[in-house]
Design a protein around this ligand. Sequence first.
Ligand code: ADP
Ligand code: MG
Length: 747
Amino acid sequence: MRREAKKDPPRAAPSRPTPHASLAGLSKPTLDRLAKLNISSKFDLVLHLPLRYDDETHVYPVKDAPAGRDVLIEATVVETDIKYRPRRQLVCHLEDGSGTNSTITLRFLNFYGSQVKQFAPGVRVRAFGEIRHGFFGAEMVHPRYRIVQPGAPVAEALTPVYPTTAGLGQDTLRKLIARAMASDPLEDTLPEPLIREQRLPKFRDAVFFLHNPLPEVSQQALQDRTHPAWRRMKFDELLAQQLSMRVHHQRRRGMGAPALHVRGTLVSRLLKDLPFELTQAQQRAVAQIRGDLERPHPMQRLLQGDVGSGKTIVAAIAALQCVENDFQVALMAPTEILTEQHYRKFSAWLESLGVGVAWLSGSTNKSVKKQILIDISAGRVAVVVGTHALFEDDVVFNRLGLAIIDEQHRFGVRQRLALRLKGTQASSANAGKPQAQPHQLMMSATPIPRTLAMSYYADLDVSVIDELPPGRTPVTTKLVSDARREEVIVRVHEACAAGGQAYWVCPLIEEIESDGDPEENAPQTIAKAAAKAAPTASPKPAKPRGRGGLEALQLKAAEETHEALTRAFPDLKVGLAHGRLKPAEKSAVMQAFQRNEVQVLVATTVIEVGVDVPNASLMVIENAERMGLSQLHQLRGRVGRGAAQSACILLYHAPLSAMARERLKIIFENSDGFEIARHDLHLRGPGELLGARQSGVPLLRFADLATDTDLLDAARDAATTLLAENPAAARAHLQRWLGGRGEFLKV
Ligand code: ADP
Ligand code: MG
């Protein structure tokens, strides 16, 4: 999660012990500055590729130099002066003898005394910069320049301009990089046939080319990163990622887990009592999970299904298979409300079968909690539901066999790991037995686009529920300007007076442009989002405000809406749910809504995940223009769960920024979560989509999953071939690209 990211060292953190780690001989300040650029080895220097290039390979006569871009000219100093108006500056007149209009003025606003002497009449100067035509003819302001002998050779290659940091000049960086490239043979890690088959240049050639390309190369191909040299870098990077995922996967296969055989007793009784039949897709997922659990290796499966597709029952079936084998189950969800709902569902399904379910919430009182903890460690409760409270140190499982993580994208890798280690804990108490890990089932309604699934999630097995239970009606989405709020209020009244129920969502401002948990977003997100939105969306400057202040503001909005609707609907009961309520109060409101004692629920986004009230068929979302795509999709998924025709009204505040307009268009046109996630990937890029929740998995630097699908496919195939036919090459490649960064291999 985002907050976690701040604690993490930067990706590619320094101190990785690799064979090419040595940056020996550099001063501490230089090393520190390099570390800021994530450079801690010679190979990192080699991979520090230019942002852009300057063309200093051609000297233009002053009179024909093209306007609008940086050019190189060469001319002789005629006269140098310090002028004091409009401010102190060094003004140097030159002449290149190219005929009429062959004079040019160089201006320096900051200069040293030595520069005055340097520009002595008759000296030959080569200057690089953009020519402007002012009142006194052609001039360059603060050009990069060099004193040269007439006829000195020009650069043969384009000059790289690197991303850098304060105190580290381009020249220093260029020198360091050139030295690093010279000191490493940069031998190819890929076997010859693979390079030929992929029609890629050699690694060494690609690297040399990208640092110093020849001037005739298409600048466009460099900029778009479509040049073969770029493709080679991307391919190598993707291949490294694929290989490491594979290695990780194999390692996991090598670990032990309890083999949970189907005994058939509990599961079949649960299915018999259910008021509905499993959909085909649910049955498929159940079968896949069943097979995994029977194996003596830890399952690591992601169960994906759109909002409302029925993942919970699939999880319950998996839980029972575990319980049938006398192992315990931990079910973890990101919010209290969601854990409570799970707790109630699981209790209803399992307790009649004699299976004990416990709920461990942050608000459980001390003595009750103490007893629950004793019961867990004694193995008296079979299923424990909770938030991340579940992996606090005082929770010790007796025999944890399965960890289920709902809305897994809300949890960080670290938190999932912590829960998994619970299993190790328990089994290490059983001295002598091999270390066993619990199986893991992760669930998510945020679909992962194919390319992400193939890269960042490549080590997970995935089951997809691609079918909604029967009897659902598609949700109609409407975009309505908040100027027409009164009409919307009338519409809500009609729907509820006719026996329906409605949600009225007042989002927290923190949720702007994010798909993450509002409670987890750092205030920077707000500032960033506000800054992005500022040019068109808000005439007021975005004041940085504490999270508490914003929350209070939004809470006030929700309270006002609640009051207004209560007044407008004297015949209906209007409830209010928000994050500041005590858990008991929150739960009372939610239950009243569930029982239709409350018809209109005004809520901040506490209802965002998992809430299930089939009779609610109308949802109004205020300030929808501020919300992220996946969040809108999740919210909308709360309606359309019953037989009634459902609608989601997105209220927006005009004028819309281009980004907001695009998002609303996407959510309006699409109902399929996968499609929406795919658009989201395009809009925001995988880094944002993944957030830091995949911390430990190196994000791609060169490849772009939105455009490099062909390379990703090729890299995946190559990974398979290499591991099978040339493991030495695979190892060498991993070593080069990931070095000691094995951290994520362990996740
Ligand atoms: P999600 O996948 O979003 O977690 P849930 O598991 O909460 O969805 O299921 C949504 C609703 O659909 C619940 O009320 C659940 O009982 C119901 N449901 C699940 N499977 C089926 C099915 N096969 N037929 C009918 N209703 C189902
Ligand atoms: Mg759910």
